[in-house]
Write a protein that binds this ligand. Structure first.
Ligand code: HEC
Length: 396
């Protein structure tokens, strides 16, 4: 069996300590077979890594079976945290790891817990999450690292739910609401809007062109948006692309919250059902990452008289009740748009919902399709990469 060791280095700079560790472990996925006996070799890998500083947990990481034998993990802590020779905590940490005790408080290794492996996700360090939810400044992490972290967070919060199910918002987790919703879906109230959108798609503009000329003849465009447009230097959403198309053909722009825009988006979403969310943040244009980071900062910033961030409700309190509603997890929240809401009595767009949620905490809403909400959509949709699109949808 491969030997297990831990090497740790900590460096403090500008009030932030970066901790790097290299841990060797057997890394048996449980899928490999012994060549001689033909029997499966039992799973054996690090599953949970916890770092403590002055008795406080500063990092917890849940790892899956897809790691290398000597994974490098890096996390950052606010403040100075330097290793001293003989530091009892670190010594205890490595001794315990050597013992590979199943009860180990700091490092646990063993077969994967049941029910979780279905998600086949890379479990990732949650130091960033802890820090963000404590209201500290955002520390840099790549969009891919962010996404692995959110995925890990939500799949831990709601074990046994498949990634694709997150497309159904609160109905994924609330059984009673789900039953009512399924009954409503027998005769979905969004049906007439899809028909209206289809008519719009096939009706020519006054100059003889049509939407098809702007979208390669294909209404199934959901998976291509939101996207970074490097010529314009901004995030372009599908709704915005629709109005760009209209304006380029001398047609007036449509209202972004409801009405014909929502109907056309409903038809395009319907045609796109089953496409998988796959937002990319291109690496060759640093402005794209900046837009993503602005969206992320928006999501975690507390605002309004109630001083709530999106994350306070849709991460921390997901699954809990606010008045008569179950709060949905952010994961998958961008999948089902546009949405018919009973309290709206009509179909509405994602940005309209952003406005409602800003309003809910008595914060001033931002303009529909303004830069703030487009960046937010870019971030939020990226968070849901892997979740299928299933719009339009119904919500009570
Ligand atoms: C005070 C709690 C609260 C805050 C803060 C909040 N929301 Fe919501 N949000 C709700 C509730 C309640 C609903 C309706 C139930 C549901 O579907 O989650 C909702 C619904 C949504 C939905 C629709 C989900 C669906 O499946 O139809 C989206 C998208 C959303 N919120 C995004 C946001 C964003 C982005 C922010 C930050 C700008 C935010 N919310 C802030 C409470 C909140």
């Amino acid at each position: 069996m491969a030997k297990s060791t831990i090497k740790i280095r900590a460096k403090a700079k500008n009030g932030v300590t970066t901790v790097k560790s290299l841990m060797t472990h057997p890394m048996e996925t449980g899928l490999r077979k012994d060549k001689k006996t033909g029997e499966k070799i039992p799973a054996h890998f690090i599953q949970e890594v916890k770092a403590e500083w002055n008795g406080k947990t500063v990092m917890v990481a849940n790892w899956g079976g897809g790691r290398v034998q000597e994974p490098l993990s890096v996390f950052q802590v606010q403040g100075r945290c330097q290793r001293r020779a003989g530091d009892p905590d670190l010594d205890r940490q490595s001794r315990r790891h050597r013992q590979q005790s199943g009860q180990d408080r700091l490092i646990r290794s063993g077969p994967p817990r049941s029910g979780r492996s279905a998600h086949a996700v890379l479990k990732h360090a949650s130091i960033l999450l802890l820090i963000l939810l404590m209201g500290s400044p955002v520390l840099p992490a790549s969009p891919q690292e962010d996404q692995a972290l959110y995925l890990s967070y939500f799949t831990r919060r709601f074990p046994g739910i498949f990634l694709a199910d997150f497309a159904n918002g609160a109905y994924t987790i609330d059984k009673q609401d789900r039953d009512n919703w399924l009954a409503m879906e027998d005769f979905p109230p969004y049906d007439p809007y899809i028909d209206e959108g289809k008519t719009m798609w096939s009706t020519r503009f006054r100059n003889g062109s049509a939407y098809a000329d702007c979208f390669n003849g294909n209404p199934a465009q959901r998976k291509n948006y939101p996207r970074w447009d490097s010529e314009r230097g901004e995030v372009v959403t599908l709704a915005m692309a629709v109005n760009q198309c209209r304006e380029s053909h001398d047609e007036p722009a449509l209202d972004y919250g409801r009405g014909p825009m929502a109907s056309l988006l409903a038809y395009m979403a319907y045609e796109s059902r089953g496409q998988i969310t796959r937002v990319r943040i291109p690496e060759n244009d640093p402005r794209a990452l900046q837009a993503y980071e602005r969206g992320k900062a928006f999501y975690f910033r507390r605002r309004g008289q109630l001083n709530f961030a999106c994350a306070n409700c849709h991460m921390e309190s997901a699954g809990q009740h606010l008045r008569t509603e179950t709060i949905s997890p952010s994961l998958g929240q961008t999948s089902g748009w546009p949405t018919y809401r009973s309290d709206w009595g009509e179909l509405g767009t994602l940005h309209r919902r952003f406005q409602v949620c800003n309003d809910l905490v008595r914060a001033r809403p931002f303009p529909l399709q303004g830069g703030q909400y487009r960046d937010l959509e870019y971030f939020l949709t990226h968070m849901s990469n892997g979740v299928p699109y299933n719009g339009p949808s119904t919500r009570k």
